[in-house]
Design a protein around this ligand. Sequence first.
Ligand code: BGP
Length: 485
Amino acid sequence: MQPLNKRFPEGFLWGGATAANQLEGGYNEGGKGLSTADVITAGTHTTPRKITPVLEQGMNYPSHEAIDFYRHYKEDIRLFAEMGFKVFRMSMAWSRIFPNGDDAQPNEAGLKFYDDVFAELKKYNIEPLVTISHYEAPFHLAQKYNGWSDRRVADFYVNYCEVIFNRYKDVVKYWLTFNEINILTMPFGSFMAGAILPDGNTEFGHTAGAAEDEALRYQALHHQFLASARAVKLGHSIHPDFKIGCMIAYMCSYPLTCNPEDIILAQQKDNLTNFLCSDVQVRGAYPGFAKRYFADKGIEIAMGEQDEQILQEGRVDFYTCSYYSSTCVSADPEQEKIGGNLSMGLKNPYLKASAWEWQIDPKGLRWSLNNIYNRYQIPMMVVENGLGAVDTVEEDGTINDDYRIDYLRGHIAEMKEAVADGVELIGYTPWGCIDLVSAGTGEMKKRYGFIYVDKDNDGQGTLARSRKKSFGWYKQVIESNGEEL
Ligand code: BGP
């Protein structure tokens, strides 16, 4: 027996992750149409965001300027290169390419913008990892078709894919069809992930929670599955070397106790929230527990005759997920009062939480990676992970984000353990490698970056970039391929 080599593999893809609507700005420049993200106002941890179909004067819509990557991309990519990035996860704004989503022709200026971004990445040998749809769609598709609830939106999406696959086939190899596709199963995902307009109540994240809403979300999800599968098949026909993956918000939920009721509940939650989508995207068919759930809830998914075949023929090449925290579940409703209720589940007495109540659990990442890999045995990437925190700029301009270093160090160490366990992990792109707008709250002060951006919650600031302490630390992590943590 060889001694165990506890190291990240050679060629491991170290980098960082972002999304267009949280980063780019230039929301109405270069012929871009309004996207669903562009009509959501800023909020805070305690005040909800609002969806305003007609833009209101004087309102702060964080996506409109974001951190203006639109104009700063050269500077930002230079900083990523300085850290030694091998890969950069970004998304494309669909409405930059098809301003309305259902246009006959793509917008050349939008395509040109990404030509320029990819050329800049190429200069530094940074591999792009492109999310085709990250929490946005052309707003027109929401207004005219009620977003993904309409099957025709899948055709528009596939058309968009065809255009970008052909345009960028020589510069982009890694693609993700939908960001955190499983978020569409949750009430707050309707508009953000599904472009489904809220009925009456325009509070971001709000749906009536009624049974028909759930059925509509699963129908919309089915349309995204079809769109994803068709994109995979099409992508492979356009370039056989394309690697096209799924992306799941992996939510690690432990049973609160060893009561078998809690164990079953945790497993059910793992199945429904984490594995339903990846089973369809990786294995090409709905799992039995999904069919049972639909039957129990009286949900009937309208399926076309070819749909099963489409799903089967469009299986992804690799699996990716976000991982931020873990929670607990209990079959005992009293536990909510006793144990403490976090926004995402029950408190774990062994863990500390971030200022936004996200529990910090590096070991949960090792557990999750093993759990996923045991099921699929295909290459995996962690494409989001990180600590959202308030940073302080010292008088001398330094930002000493040791808490962020601690968080990432712990998670990278556990990824290394997972690699030693046999998990085929090929890359890691921590979230918000440069400070950007929070997807959940619309805030700027919830920062994840190695690079600080001078902008506050009200949208004020110079947008100047500066290196945090974690910048130098991550550079050394990449240089040493994860040996120096
Ligand atoms: C994921 C999203 C990202 C992102 C991240 C952090 O769910 O894919 O877009 O922003 O979470 O969340 P937040 O920005 O709410 O802190």
